[in-house]
Design a protein around this ligand. Structure first.
Ligand code: MOS
Length: 741
C-alpha cells in the first residue's frame, strides 16, 4: 500500500489532537468524573506495617460514624476469586492476590479494610477510626539485591566467560536503577455500578478488554456481565495497564450495597498499591579487542519484586541484539522485598537495561580512547544475533550519524572537562536505544453514514498518546470524509475487542484493523450501488467498483464520474454501511521470522558548575527509527515527553522506602521529584521515517516508549565527560559529583 498520508511525511507537521478541545474545555469525562445517583464513596484503610499479621481489626467506631454504610474487611467483603493461569496477556494482572485474602501483611499500605459512606469526607473520617493492631515481623526493604536462586538465562551464545577472561580490554561494573513510581496526574480510580446482574465499571485502565476479563473472573460472573469503560485517561505510563486491588473492593462493595461506589486511590496510596518500576541491579561485563571489536558481553540483572508475585523487569530485553559479538550471556533474577508488586513502567526492561548496557559501552570507549559513536558503528550487527533472525527494519547507524550531525558531535573534545561555554563546563554524551515492535490481535468497526458522517470504534483506549486522532485521520484519508465529521469511539468493552494501550503497539495494532473495516464498509457500499437504481451502476457487479474520495465509481472510469456514497445510501434508505475489520497479533509468536524493534540515538549535553555543584541537562538531540510516522505532531510529543521523563530518571526520580517501617516516604509530588518545565532541556526530535513493512501494511511501529530508552545513559555519560565522575547508580545526585567539585 502506498503512503496513507497525502503529504510527504517529512513536510507534514501533523494533525492536532481531535480530543484536545474536549480536554481543555473540561467536557472529557475521566473516570472519577462519573457521579451517579445514589453513589457512595469507598476509602481504603492501609496497613501501617510492612510485614506481619493483623492481630485485631476494630471497626465498631467506624461503623457508627455518620453516613457510614459499611466497613469491609476479610470477613465480609464477599468472595473474590483469583484469575485462572493463562499464557500471555489474557486476563492478566501483576498483583494476583485478591484484596483482604488473608491476614498477612506483606507490604506497607496493603489494604486491610475499606469504609463506604455517603460522602468522601465521611468515609475518610471513618477510615481514620478503624483500629488495627498487628503482630509485626522484621521487614526487608534492603536496597542491595542478592539471591542464591539460579538466574534465568535470557540469551546465550558462544563462550562468554572464557572470552571475557581473555579479552584484552574489559569493563566489569554494576549499574543500579532505583524504584520509580509512575506519577500520572490522573489518580487511579474505580466507579463501580451493579444492577443486580451486570457490572458497569468506569476504570482508569490502559486495557479495557483485559480489565473486563480479570474482573469477571475475580468477581465470579460471566464476562458478558461486565462492561468496562475508560473514555479518557490522564495517562498511566504502564501503571494502569492491569487491574489493582482497589478495583475489586469497589466492585464488590457496589454489589454488596446495590449502590454505585466510587473509589479514588490517593497519591500516597499510589506509591504503595498500584505498582512501580522495581529497583534493578545489573552487572555488565564487556570485553573487546584493542581496536574495539566486542568479544564478550555478559549482562546479569536482578530486580526486586513483592513477596507473592514474580515480577521480572526483563532488563536484558535489548542486550542480545544491540551489538555484534560472538559470545554473550544475559540472565535475570528476582529478589523478594516487602514492597507492593512492581509493574510495567514506560519501556519496562529495556529502559533500565539500556542504562546499564549503554553506560558500559561508553566506559569501554573511554578505556579504548575511542569515540563512543565509532565504537558502536564498529559493532553494528547485521542481524539479531540473539535470535539469529534478520531485523524487520533497523537504521541504528543512520540514527547515530544523523544525530551526530544535528548535535555537532564532531566538535566534541573527549578530555574530561575540556569543553566550556559561558563559564560553564559542558559534557556531551551519547547512547543507543531500542524498543520492541509488536501487534496484538484487534477488531474494529467502521460505519459510513448516509448523512456524510462516519464512526470508527474499537475497544482500545487513548491514554493521551493520540489514538483518537490517528484513527480519525486514517478514516479521513481513506474515505475523503472530513475529520470533523468522524466520530471515534474508544474505551468501552461493548465495542469490538482491541489491544492494550501498552508496549507502544496500540497504533500498529489498531490501524490495520481499521483499514480492513473501511474496505469492508466500502464493499457494502458497492453492493448497495449494484442493487440500487442509479443508472451509472445498472447491471454492474460490486467487483467492478472503486471508492475514491467519497465517490463510488466504476474501476475503469474516472472518480468524478462516480456518485457520492451518501447518495447511494440515501437512495436505498440505508442509514449506514458498516465494516467489521480485524488484524492478527504478532506478540509472542514463536515462529516470527524477523526481529522487530524500533531504534534510536540519544545525544545529551549537560552544563556543570563545579563551584556550586550544579548540573543541568541543557540540550537533547534524539533521532528515532520507529517505522512510518503516521501523525508527526503527537509522535514528536511522545518523544519529547519521554525525554523529559528521562531527565527525571537520570537526575531526580527515586521512591525511597523507610528501612524501619517499609513505607515509601517520599509519597507525594513535593518529595518525589519529577522533571519540571524549568528542568527540561531544549529537545530536537528527528524521525527517520522508514516504513517497517514486516510489522504491518502501513509500516508503522510505535513511539510511546522508545524515547525514554537511552536518555539516562546519555546523560550519565555526558556527566562523566563534564565532571570525570562516572555515576552508575541513578539518580545522579549532587553528592555523587562533590567528589571532584
Ligand atoms: Mo507501557 S509500560 O507498556 O504502558
Amino acid at each position: 500500500m502506498a503512503s496513507i498520508l497525502n503529504l510527504p511525511p517529512k513536510t507534514n507537521a501533523g494533525l492536532p489532537r481531535v480530543d484536545g478541545p474536549l480536554k481543555v474545555s473540561g467536557v472529557a469525562m475521566y473516570t472519577s468524573d462519573h457521579n451517579l445517583p445514589g453513589m457512595l464513596y469507598a476509602v481504603p484503610v492501609c496497613a501501617t506495617i510492612a510485614k506481619g499479621t493483623i492481630a485485631t481489626l476494630d471497626v465498631d467506631r467506624a461503623q457508627a460514624m455518620p453516613g457510614v454504610k459499611a466497613v469491609y474487611h476479610r470477613q465480609n467483603l464477599g468472595k473474590i476469586f483469583r484469575t485462572a493461569p493463562s499464557d500471555g496477556l489474557s486476563a492478566y494482572l501483576d498483583e494476583r492476590r485478591p484484596p483482604f485474602d488473608d491476614d498477612v501483611i506483606r507490604y506497607y499500605g496493603q489494604y486491610v479494610a475499606a469504609v463506604v459512606a455517603n460522602t468522601y469526607e465521611q468515609a475518610v473520617a471513618a477510615a481514620n477510626t478503624v483500629k488495627v493492631t498487628y503482630k509485626a515481623e522484621k521487614l526487608d526493604v534492603r536496597r542491595h539485591l542478592e539471591t542464591d536462586d539460579k538466574p534465568t538465562v535470557d540469551s546465550h551464545r558462544g563462550n562468554p566467560d572464557e572470552a571475557f577472561q581473555s579479552a584484552p580490554i574489559k569493563v566489569d561494573e554494576i549499574y543500579v536503577t532505583p524504584t520509580e513510581t509512575h506519577n500520572p496526574i490522573e489518580l487511579h480510580a474505580s466507579v463501580a455500578v451493579w444492577d443486580g446482574q451486570n457490572f458497569t465499571l468506569y476504570e482508569t485502565t490502559q486495557a479495557v478488554v483485559n480489565h473486563r476479563d480479570v474482573m469477571a473472573q475475580m468477581l465470579g460472573v460471566p464476562s458478558e456481565n461486565v462492561r468496562v469503560i475508560s473514555r479518557f485517561l490522564g495517562s498511566g505510563f504502564g501503571g494502569k495497564l492491569w487491574p489493582w486491588t482497589h478495583c475489586m473492593i469497589a466492585a464488590s462493595a457496589a454489589r454488596n450495597l446495590n449502590r454505585p461506589v466510587k473509589l479514588v486511590v490517593t497519591r500516597d496510596m499510589m506509591f504503595q498499591n498500584v505498582g512501580h518500576r522495581p529497583r534493578t541491579q545489573q552487572r555488565i561485563r564487556v570485553g573487546s579487542t584493542p581496536d574495539g571489536k566486542l568479544v564478550s558481553l555478559i549482562h546479569d540483572s536482578l530486580n526486586h519484586t513483592s513477596i507473592l508475585d514474580d515480577y521480572s523487569e526483563g532488563c536484558s530485553e535489548a542486550t542480545a541484539y544491540s551489538y555484534s559479538t560472538p559470545n554473550l550471556r544475559a540472565t535475570s533474577g528476582i529478589v523478594r522485598r516487602n514492597v507492593g508488586t512492581p509493574t510495567s513502567m514506560r519501556g519496562p526492561g529495556a529502559v533500565p537495561g539500556l542504562f546499564a548496557l549503554e553506560s558500559a559501552i561508553d566506559e569501554l570507549a573511554v578505556k579504548l580512547n575511542m569515540d563512543p559513536i565509532k565504537l558502536r558503528l564498529l559493532n553494528e550487527p547485521e542481524k539479531d544475533e540473539g535470535k539469529n533472525l534478520p531485523f524487520s527494519s533497523r537504521h541504528f547507524v543512520e540514527c547515530l550519524n544523523t544525530g551526530a550531525e544535528k548535535f555537532g558531535w564532531s566538535r566534541r573534545t573527549p578530555q574530561v572537562g575540556s569543553m566550556k561555554k559561558d563559564g560553564l563546563i559542558l559534557g556531551w554524551g551519547v547512547a543507543g536505544c531500542s524498543w520492541i515492535a509488536e501487534r496484538m490481535a484487534t477488531a474494529a468497526s467502521v460505519d459510513l453514514h448516509a448523512d456524510g458522517t462516519a464512526r470508527v470504534s474499537c475497544a482500545t483506549q487513548d491514554i493521551g498518546t493520540g489514538t483518537y486522532t490517528v484513527l480519525a485521520q486514517i478514516v479521513s484519508e481513506k474515505t475523503g470524509i472530513p475529520l470533523e465529521k468522524i466520530e471515534v469511539v474508544l474505551g468501552d468493552t461493548a465495542l469490538p475487542p482491541g489491544p492494550i494501550s501498552g508496549g507502544s503497539w496500540a497504533t500498529a495494532s489498531v490501524i490495520p484493523a481499521v483499514v480492513d473495516a473501511i474496505e469492508k464498509a466500502q464493499q457494502t457500499l458497492f453492493m448497495a450501488a449494484s442493487q440500487g437504481k442509479d443508472p451509472a451502476f445498472a447491471g454492474q457487479k460490486p467487483e467492478a467498483m472503486a471508492f475514491t474520495n467519497g465517490r463510488i465509481h466504476l474501476k475503469d472510469k474516472s472518480p468524478d464520474t462516480g456518485v457520492l456514497y451518501e447518495q447511494i445510501l440515501t437512495d436505498a434508505n440505508i442509514r449506514g454501511a458498516s465494516g467489521q475489520g480485524k488484524s492478527e497479533g504478532t506478540f509472542g509468536d514463536p515462529n516470527s521470522k524477523h526481529s522487530k524493534h524500533s531504534f534510536g540515538a540519544q545525544f545529551a549535553e549537560v552544563t556543570w558548575e563545579p563551584e556550586t555543584a550544579r548540573l543541568r541537562v541543557s540540550r537533547v538531540v534524539t533521532v528515532i527509527d520507529a517505522g512510518r510516522i503516521l501523525n508527526p505532531k503527537p509522535a514528536r510529543n511522545q518523544i519529547e515527553g519521554a525525554v523529559v521523563m528521562g531527565v527525571g530518571m537520570a537526575l531526580f526520580e527515586e521512591t525511597v522506602y523507610d528501612p524501619r517501617f517499609g513505607a515509601p516516604i517520599n509519597n507525594n509530588l513535593a518529595d518525589y521529584i519529577v522533571t519540571t518545565n524549568a528542568d527540561s532541556p531544549e529537545i530536537d526530535v528527528t524521525f527517520l521515517d522508514y516504513p517497517d513493512m514486516v510489522l504491518n501494511s502501513l509500516g508503522a511501529r510505535g513511539v510511546g516508549e522508545i524515547g525514554l530508552a537511552g536518555i539516562a545513559a546519555a546523560i550519565a555519560s555526558a556527566t562523566y565527560h563534564a565532571t570525570g565522575v562516572r555515576v552508575r547508580e541513578l539518580p545522579i545526585r549532587i553528592e555523587d559529583l562533590l567528589v571532584r567539585a
